[in-house]
Design a protein around this ligand. Structure first.
Ligand code: FMN
Length: 372
């Protein structure tokens, strides 16, 4: 393996409203530094440092929709009301530093945050069937009116993102939160229009959000949808067991207007299905024809959940960067998202571009800790 493909990471990318100087994306990461949901100047500085460090696209930490019950921790930013002016400053600073930005819109559904179990916001939650996993209660069951209100809330967030000058919007459809609670049969036992025995039927909630958003923001504003097979606490779940099931799941989202799928995997090099080396982002691109983002332990030695469990320190591993660049160059996916490595080192993109492998820092930042 050599450095021949590294330049592929630094090719520009354009899709509708999204115009990127390179293929590197900051993956959304919750940092708990927005008291009462209001992003501070430190939050703006934190993102601006990454923009100066050369990343092309920043996807914000999950930010809550204006449906109050979408929140579970008070220090996670909101994306409505008094939080919007501070977000305007964040995106304007990030633009001046040369990067594009999308907010990640988030509704936790019935999922408490066990790192902040005492936060009273976690006491009142809602989910499709009052469940967050097999036999686990998680909030009150949503009525059809609640669902309609949750849909409108996401749409308002996307409209605000466009108005504030963001380059795109991302919906957090992964990891066992509200969208994913609709997708998964274990958490969606509804019999009405948003439930059903098949995955495409359980995709109706997400498709409705995307459809109404597309109608509200117009054709040109880029819509990114984050999805995953795994869920927090249920890492081995696979919603789609085969490529055909994956296609059936995502087709309604494509038809509704998703432009880019952000395909969350713990280790990008793992094949999604037997018989092909393609990873999740590779399969989603192939099956949907839409652009995709890959992610998962790029540049680091351990995966995220190992770090969460053991508080391990991941060492830099340039070989994974060369590998992902080669696959990008082959066209397996379009964008490459970096999570922990970019927390550890805001200048990661510049160092990679210049092949300064020895200078890359390992990941030793406390996952819930200091904003750096
Ligand atoms: C501290 C931390 C917070 C995270 N918060 C979010 C989040 O708010 N939304 C989300 O979709 N993913 C979240 N993730 C997952 C990351 O976006 C990413 O998918 C994951 O860290 C794997 O990438 P990495 O191996 O490069 O770190 C978080 C990860 C970390 C480390």
């Amino acid at each position: 393996m050599n450095d021949d493909h590294i330049n592929a990471l630094f090719e520009p990318f354009e899709l509708k409203s999204l115009k990127l100087k390179n293929r590197l994306t900051m993956s959304p990461m919750t940092r708990y530094f927005s008291p009462d949901g209001i992003p501070t100047d430190e939050v703006a500085a934190y993102y601006t440092r990454r923009a100066h460090g050369g990343v092309g696209l920043i996807i914000s930490e999950g930010a809550f929709t204006d449906r109050e019950i979408s929140r579970n921790v008070s220090t996670v930013p909101s994306f409505y009301g008094d939080a919007l002016e501070p977000w305007k400053k964040v995106v304007s600073d990030v633009h001046k530093a040369g990067a594009a930005m999308a907010p990640q819109l988030w509704h936790v559904g019935g999922a408490r945050d066990f790192n902040y179990a005492d936060d009273p916001l976690g006491d009142v939650l809602e989910s499709p069937s009052g469940l967050i996993g097999p036999n686990l209660a998680g909030g009150q069951e949503m009525s059809d009116d609640d669902i309609a209100a949750a849909v409108s809330s996401f749409v308002r967030g996307a409209v605000d993102a466009k108005r504030l000058g963001f380059d795109a919007v991302e919906f957090h459809g992964a990891h066992g939160y509200l969208f994913d609670q609709f997708f998964w049969g274990e958490t969606n036992k509804r019999t009405g229009p948003f439930g059903g025995a098949s995955l495409p039927e359980r995709t109706r909630f997400a498709a409705e959000v995307v459809r109404q958003t597309r109608a509200a923001v117009g054709e040109d504003f880029t819509i990114i949808f984050r999805m995953s097979q795994w869920k927090a606490g249920f890492y081995d779940v696979k919603l789609a067991q085969t490529p055909a099931e994956l296609e059936a799941w995502l087709r309604p989202l494509v038809d509704a207007g998703v432009d880019i799928f952000d395909c969350s995997q713990r280790r990008f090099w793992e094949p999604e299905f037997e018989g092909s080396p393609l990873n999740l982002a590779g399969w989603v691109k192939k099956l949907t024809g839409r652009a995709t983002i890959t992610v998962g332990s790029i540049g680091l030695s351990t995966d995220l959940y190992k770090d969460f469990e053991t508080r391990a320190i991941s060492a830099p591993t340039p070989s994974t960067i060369r590998d992902v660049a080669e696959r990008l160059d082959r066209g397996e996916f379009d964008l490459v998202a970096i999570g922990r490595a970019l927390l550890a080192d805001a200048e990661w993109p510049l160092k990679v571009r210049e092949r300064r492998w020895q200078e890359l820092r390992g990941y030793s930042v406390d996952l819930m800790g200091t904003l750096v």
